[in-house]
Write a protein that binds this ligand. Structure first.
Ligand SMILES: NC(=O)c1ccc[n+]([C@@H]2O[C@H](COP(=O)([O-])OP(=O)(O)OC[C@H]3O[C@@H](n4cnc5c(N)ncnc54)[C@H](O)[C@@H]3O)[C@@H](O)[C@H]2O)c1
Length: 259
């Protein structure tokens, strides 16, 4: 008899926002590689279709649906597209996000509202959209991608770090409510440190800039993370191996936060 729950997602269906590229695409691969099926949802249609096609070429079950996380009606469409394609929805990964760099003196209300609408209200709308579907199936797992900027800020993370800290606390409130009401839905947040994606570097050419080198040197493990290292942690939290984990913050940052 098998006594230990190792991370596996056979037959589980995941909706991944911002899954066209970066950490979201790596999460799609991680979920598929342990047996899951994925619906990639993103603003970037061409890139999202391409990522889904690459997954299918590797033998996985992956589709793309367009989604702007700022649009409540689009959320309903994405959830419907997922259940229509796969028959159910077990996992939501709220990964889509943007970064705005501005100090408290430079940040405008318009820019602050724009990032709140994506980074905070996006996951909020997503959770509200999937909870009824998950409840009807007796449970599910939601993973919200926050950031290690909940603990480590700089002068220019005024809006970004605020949205990510809010995501972490929203995650915990949702986790408590969904546990106390017996829904079988777990909610956790993942907090990546610096990862060499297009969000952070924009292009490979930036990888050798002095400020990027300084960022890398501050990490106790001496390197930035690989996107698949976030994907693996998300897949673990989404799996029954994490059946007693809810309301948790999991840092994936090479030791940067405690340093
Ligand atoms: N890269 C890092 O170092 C790092 C560190 C900590 C946290 N994060 C977080 O991880 C997540 C993914 O970041 P990444 O580095 O892969 O970034 P990325 O820019 O490479 O990818 C983000 C994806 O989100 C999509 N997106 C943006 N706005 C959207 C919207 N309104 N609706 C739907 N999709 C939208 C983009 O099209 C893109 O595909 C973000 O939430 C980010 O804040 C990243």
């Amino acid at each position: 008899m098998r006594r230990t729950k190792s991370p596996e997602l056979h037959g589980k269906v995941a909706l991944i926002t911002g899954g066209a590229r970066g950490l979201g695409a790596a999460t799609a691969w991680a979920i598929c590689e342990v047996g899951g099926k994925v619906m990639i949802a993103d603003l970037l249609a061409e890139r999202g279709e391409q990522t889904a096609a690459e997954l299918r070429e590797a033998g996985h079950d992956a589709r793309f649906t367009p989604l702007d996380v700022r649009d409540e009606a689009a959320w309903a469409d994405a959830v419907r597209a997922t259940t229509h394609a796969f028959g159910k929805l077990d996992i939501l990964v709220n990964n889509a996000g943007i970064a705005t760099a501005a100090t408290i003196e430079d940040l405008t209300v318009v820019d602050f509202q724009a990032i709140l609408d994506i980074n905070l209200l996006g996951p909020f709308r997503g959770m509200q959209a999937v909870i009824p579907v998950m409840k009807a199936h007796g449970g599910g797992a939601i993973v919200n991608i926050s950031s290690n900027s909940t603990q480590r800020v700089s002068a220019i993370t005024t809006s970004y770090a605020a949205t990510k800290a809010a995501v972490a606390n929203m995650t915990k409130s949702a986790a408590i409510h969904l546990a106390q009401t017996g829904t079988g839905i777990r909610v956790n947040s993942v907090h990546p440190g610096p990862h060499a994606t297009e969000m952070l570097l924009g292009s490979d050419a930036k990888a050798d800039l002095p400020e990027v080198r300084a960022l890398r040197d501050a990490i106790p493990m001496g390197r930035m993370g690989q996107a698949e290292e976030v994907g693996a942690v998300v897949a673990f939290l989404a799996s029954d191996a994490a059946s007693y984990v809810t309301g948790a913050e999991l840092f994936v940052d090479g030791g940067l936060t405690p340093h």
